[in-house]
Design a binder for this molecule. Structure first.
Ligand code: PMT
Length: 401
């Protein structure tokens, strides 16, 4: 594997138990051909020794801002200029806050401020810390400033809890770095306008209840970010989700399928590409009540009415954009994808398996079976959603260029 040949990666390691995985990350990056230099925070040295990184990177390890010897050799400005990319893994809540505020009080933060290299952040922290509003606001700010978020993943945590906040595995981080640094998508959608739907819709039954589904918006937001990074002008129409808006993306929030349909139809004329990632409710209550429905009988019957099919309506426009649909299936993924591609007259469809332990709804990773109307097919194998999004955008860009 040599996807990172001649790339200079500056790995920032901050204080957290996930730092024990960082020497392995150095090995994985080097196996892919990268030259790696490591900058450690004071906290990181409590978890791993500089010697581990010196041994795995084959380079001296940098720890101090005010070190005369270091500044005489590879000082902070040289490190900042040397890097093709800066990856901070693990990135602690404290480091994320410092970077969001622009602090320059240690070597790592100063190098980040002094560098024009793209910044990648792989957070690692307890799930409650990760969901804390202050951390989320700092992440949002960093993304607005141009940083790319890698993860975090979900699962068992060192603190004994389970949830979101785990650092992605070294091989996942390596693959994501290969994807971003060797991307043929850079500027591949330059000059194009991309309209994307994401998240679920909510269909009110009464003022307190609704019908919806498990979509978190992660896949659609990752695709919006990848399209923006490929140079497109992106409008993202989002159902009710708690996701950070990617940098430079124009986001419009909607609630119901009918709202989403109206917003799409308002923006589709100027779109070169439409990607329907939203899990749009197929039905709504025929007769949503103005007041809370009171319980009475042991059973109640709901009458539902079909919602408009946004994707099919876009695909049947006379001047339609390149139209990409998604298919969420619990079985026979490829067969149903072929049927939907033909039935809805799409240019491309991306199908995923849902309702299983990993992939699909809510998950941080996904796999897609992608098929276009000429019959070309490709499987994008299990990877973090932002990497899958980048690969999908690459396929779309090839079709519209
Ligand atoms: O949001 P995440 O938690 O990250 O999960 C991602 C995802 C599983 C939601 C996503 O990858 C996905 O599969 N999105 C499509 C979900 C879906 O509604 O699939 P479907 O097979 O029911 O619909 C087919 C296509 O028609 C989709 O492009 C959908 O956006 C579109 N559609 C469906 C119904 C409708 N009324 N209008 C539509 O536009």
């Amino acid at each position: 594997m040599n996807g990172l040949s001649n790339k200079h990666i500056l790995l920032g390691v901050t204080g957290g138990i996930a730092a024990y995985k960082s020497p392995d990350l150095v090995r994985r990056l080097r196996e892919a051909g990268a030259d790696v230099r490591v900058v450690m925070s004071t906290g990181a040295k409590e978890f791993v020794t500089p010697l581990s990184f010196q041994a795995t990177s084959g380079n001296p390890v940098h720890t101090d801002l005010l070190d005369e010897d270091a500044e005489a050799g590879m000082g902070h400005i040289e490190l900042a200029r040397w890097a093709d990319a800066i990856l901070i893994a693990p990135a602690s809540a404290n480091r994320i806050a410092a970077l969001a505020q622009g602090f320059a009080d240690d070597l790592l933060s100063t190098v980040c401020l002094a560098s024009e290299a793209p910044l990648f952040i792989a957070p690692a922290m307890n799930r409650v810390m990760w969901s804390n509003a202050a951390v989320q606001s700092n992440i949002e700010k960093l993304q607005l400033l141009g940083a790319t978020l890698l993860g975090p993943g979900s699962g068992d945590q060192a603190c004994g809890e389970t949830g979101s906040g785990r650092m992605l595995e070294p091989t996942e981080l390596r693959d994501a770095m290969i994807g971003f640094l060797t991307s043929s998508t850079t500027a591949a959608l330059s000059g194009k306008t991309v309209l994307i739907t994401a998240g679920p819709t909510q269909e009110a039954l009464d003022p307190v209840r609704y019908i919806s589904n498990h979509s978190s918006g992660k896949m659609g937001f990752a695709i919006a970010q990848a399209a923006e990074q490929a140079g497109a002008s992106v409008t993202l129409i989002a159902g009710p989700v708690e996701q950070t808006t990617p940098r430079n993306v124009n986001r419009l929030d909607v609630i119901s399928a009918q709202d989403m349909h109206a917003a799409v139809m308002q923006h589709v004329d100027s779109a070169d590409v439409f990607i329907g990632v939203a899990a749009v409710a197929d039905y709504r209550a025929s007769d949503a009540q103005e007041n809370k429905i009171k319980k009475s009988d042991a059973e109640m019957t709901l009458t539902l009415a079909r919602n408009p099919d946004i994707l099919a309506d876009v695909a049947s426009l006379a001047n339609k954009p390149f139209t990409v649909g998604f298919a969420a299936e619990t079985q026979y993924v490829e067969n149903y994808a072929r049927e939907k591609l033909e039935k809805k007259k799409l240019d491309m469809i991306a199908a995923n398996l849902v309702g299983k332990e990993s992939g699909g709804f809510k998950s941080d990773t996904n796999s897609l079976f992608v098929l276009n109307k000429s019959g070309d097919e490709k499987t994008l194998t299990d990877a973090p959603k932002n990497e899958i999004a980048r690969q999908l955008i690459e396929l779309i860009a090839k079709s519209v260029s």
